[in-house]
Design a protein. Structure first.
Length: 735
């Protein structure tokens, strides 16, 4: 049975709930002789239709209300769950004036700093106030129960003297209202014994008794038969409350005729309080995304329509890599406060502005900046991908270990610094990997690091071996015989969900909350105190100034002079906000970054850097040096250096006439794509030549250059491209 979000009943049982507290600030006054009498209605979108969840009470004559009525809603980490808030002014007799509305997602609220989100209310194009939403977790039973069970003198159901019972047991919870028995656990059978001592049971209290410690739990002992026709031996009932606090507890068993038939013994019984994913979020834990994209030759050239990396400039349809990046990245970014994402490529020869090499690299930053591989928000991720896919030479083979090692280094550095951050490495690949042994070694070594690995396989390749990495039973072991301490890998084939991006995100992310909690428990880290804001004393101006949000909102007791005077909160950027065509009729003036730098800055080759040593774990055998190159260590990294020089000494450099661009693709003058105009439309050679004439012509090497603004170029970390690409402005996603 599935719910409205397409979830199975087993997932629904472990759902969590959020309580939403609503306030408004600076509402537009809709009444002439008094103030508005506001109330708020909340809607949730299910099956593309808005359904009302509830409405607050009406507060008389108040433009800055704090509502006592709250909304409780089921929370799913892997879904966006769109919400809409409508604020009305009550005029009595069922009549009202519409003040404004705002839309967001439950994930955006849960992932906001302090679980507090400010939304602009709007009426058409007019801003009519600010709606403040604060979330708190509804306390649900998240405890874990550990028990070790044995039995004594159970009846022998076999007639032959050399055979005896092969017992196993089943646990049922009994619903009080219907007396219905629901199977929740079944043990493994033990061969030929009347005094079984079963393996320890580790089960969530939610599953065992649905959080009701007085609920009757029935235990049945059965004799295992290979035919499947198992024979009932005996049974009894107990409750969690009955066993709690007792070191050892015995109960008599009875058969189906209610005759005493031995005893059951609970040798160990522990009730362990397990924190929830939201407990850690509310204590300040945030999730940082790391993205890695496969550029191996098996993907085929992006100019080929059958390529998995094909960029459709005609119909603007996203390929599988773009769809997966968007579906998963949008959700994870809700839980990242600074929205900065390191994004890497592997399996190709980069031909980027600041990184141009004939060597095949298996871990390089898509923005070409090894010191700062981060891009900003979903826009930056998609722009970095669209730029890189046209400026790399696809090669191979497919290695995962270098990018996993780099992610481990980032996670280890943040762990050593004491930051409350959990990392998610999101790998997109099109086929089998060629370093399975080294990859497994690194995954096992990642158990004690704040890291999860999500792998999405695109295309129609055989991903059988990927299922080996996605080991939920703890059977994955490295070359030294060590096993993983927790589940940290999730693999999903894209083709199963390519027509349903929401279902893709659900299957990719549904294990992540438990993986984060399991890591925290493994390293002994409990949630800190919650940082909940008192809305009665909440000051938007002070909060905005503290976190640099730049908006100015009226104080609670301030009267709005005009409706237009209610300031606006800047909306988050969106990759869909493409300016209209009329804004791009003329190219902008040449950038100051196109001026040649002083010659003394580029007379000598840039200093080489050394590779970081891979210490998680030592590889047997190591990668060939010509097949592995990672960018240099970030600051504060203490990893030892390998004596390996990059770039190769015999690789001739030819400098460009402008300094390297900053990290994160911040300059709009390097985001354009070759042979396209501002709208992503193809331009012919004559149009390209006209654009090139707008750019100053340089001599290489530059002689007596001009630098009117006195700008000092930054030191170059990589060899520069042999020929600077033509100037083409920004075009997100090739639209």
């Amino acid at each position: 049975m599935n719910d409205l979000y397409g979830r199975s009943a087993s997932i629904m049982e472990s759902q969590q709930k959020l309580e939403l507290f609503i306030s408004c600030r600076g509402l537009a006054n809709m009444d002439t002789f008094s103030k508005s009498d506001p109330y708020v209605i909340m809607y949730v979108k299910r099956n593309n239709q808005w359904s009302e969840v509830g409405r607050t009470e009406i507060i008389q004559d108040n433009l800055n209300p704090n509502f006592a009525k709250t909304f409780i809603i089921e929370y799913y980490f892997e879904c966006q769950q769109p919400l809409k808030f409508v604020c009305n002014d009550d005029d009595g007799n069922g009549k009202f004036d519409f003040i404004g509305s705002a839309e967001t997602t439950l994930a955006n609220i849960a992932g906001a700093r302090d679980q507090l989100l400010m939304l602009n209310l709007s009426n058409g194009h007019k801003k009519t106030g600010v709606l403040v939403v604060r979330a708190d977790q509804v306390r649900m039973i998240n405890d874990k129960i550990i028990m070790q069970i044995s039995a004594d003198n159970i009846p022998n159901t076999r007639f032959l003297p050399w055979h005896s019972t092969s017992p196993f047991f089943r646990l049922y919870r009994i619903r009080k209202d219907t007396n219905q028995q629901l199977l929740v656990y079944e043990s493994e059978p033990l061969k030929s014994t009347l005094k079984p001592f079963w393996k320890r049971v580790d089960i969530q209290s939610q599953k065992l008794c649905n959080g009701d410690y007085f609920m009757p739990i029935k235990i049945e002992v059965w004799d295992y038969r290979s035919s499947g026709n198992h024979e009932h031996v005996c049974s009894t009932e107990f409750s969690v409350d009955e066993l709690q606090g007792k070191h050892m507890f015995k109960k008599m068993l009875s058969d189906k005729n209610k005759k005493l038939s031995g005893s059951i013994c609970f040798n160990e019984f522990k009730l362990i309080e397990k924190p929830s994913f939201l407990d850690y979020l509310q204590s300040g834990t945030q999730i940082n995304l790391i993205a890695a994209i496969d550029f191996t030759a098996s993907n085929q050239s992006p100019k080929n329509p059958s390529s998995l990396h094909y960029i459709d400039d005609q119909y603007h349809r996203m390929n599988q890599y773009q769809q997966a990046l968007l579906s998963v990245g949008e959700i994870l970014l809700n839980y990242d406060h600074d929205k900065k994402v390191p994004i890497f490529g592997f399996g190709c020869k980069p031909r980027l502005h600041n990184l141009n090499t004939p060597q095949t690299l298996h871990c390089f930053p898509l923005n070409g900046n090894p010191q700062d591989p981060e891009v900003l928000q979903m826009d930056g991720i998609m722009q970095a991908y669209n730029y890189a896919v046209r400026n790399v030479q696809f090669d191979g083979p497919t290695y995962f270990n270098p990018i996993i090692q780099e992610s481990m280094r980032i996670a280890q550095t943040c762990k050593d610094m004491g930051t409350n951050t959990y990392f998610v490495l999101f790998i997109l690949t099109d086929g089998e990997i060629h370093d399975m042994k080294q990859t497994i070694d690194s995954i096992v070594a990642s158990s004690h690091l704040p890291l999860s690995i999500i792998i999405v396989g695109v295309g129609d390749a055989d991903f059988t071996n990927m299922s080996i990495l996605d080991d939920d039973d703890g059977n994955l072991h490295d070359s030294f015989g060590r096993r993983t301490q927790r589940d940290l890998v999730q693999f999903v084939p894209f083709n199963q969900f390519k027509n349903n991006p929401e279902l893709l995100a659900k299957n990719v992310l549904q294990e992540l909350p438990d993986q984060l909690v399991d890591y925290m428990l493994l390293v002994g880290r409990k949630p800190g105190p919650k940082n909940l804001i008192n809305l009665g004393q909440f000051d938007i101006n002070q909060y905005s100034q503290q976190y640099g949000l730049q908006q100015q909102i009226m104080q609670p007791n301030q009267q709005p002079q005009q409706q237009q005077s209610v300031p606006q909160i800047p909306q988050q950027s969106s990759f869909t906000n493409i300016p209209p065509p009329q804004q791009y009729q003329q190219p902008p003036p040449p950038s100051q970054y196109q001026q040649p730098p002083p010659p003394q800055q580029f007379q000598q080759p840039p200093p080489p850097y050394t590779q970081p040593q891979q210490i998680y774990p030592p590889q047997q055998p190591p990668y060939p040096s010509q097949q592995l190159s990672q960018y240099p260590n970030q600051q504060q990294s203490s990893y030892p250096q390998q004596q390996q020089i990059y770039p190769p000494p015999n690789y001739q450099q030819q400098q460009q006439g402008y300094p390297p661009q900053q990290a994160g693709f911040q300059s709009k003058f390097i985001q354009g794509l070759a042979n396209t105009n501002f709208l992503g439309q193809h331009i012919n050679d004559a149009q390209q030549q006209q654009l090139n004439q707008q750019m100053p012509q340089f001599q290489y090497p530059p002689q007596e250059p001009e630098n009117p603004i006195g700008m000092q170029p930054q030191p170059n970390q990589y060899q520069q491209a042999k020929q600077p690409p033509p100037y083409v402005p920004d075009n997100p996603y090739g639209l």
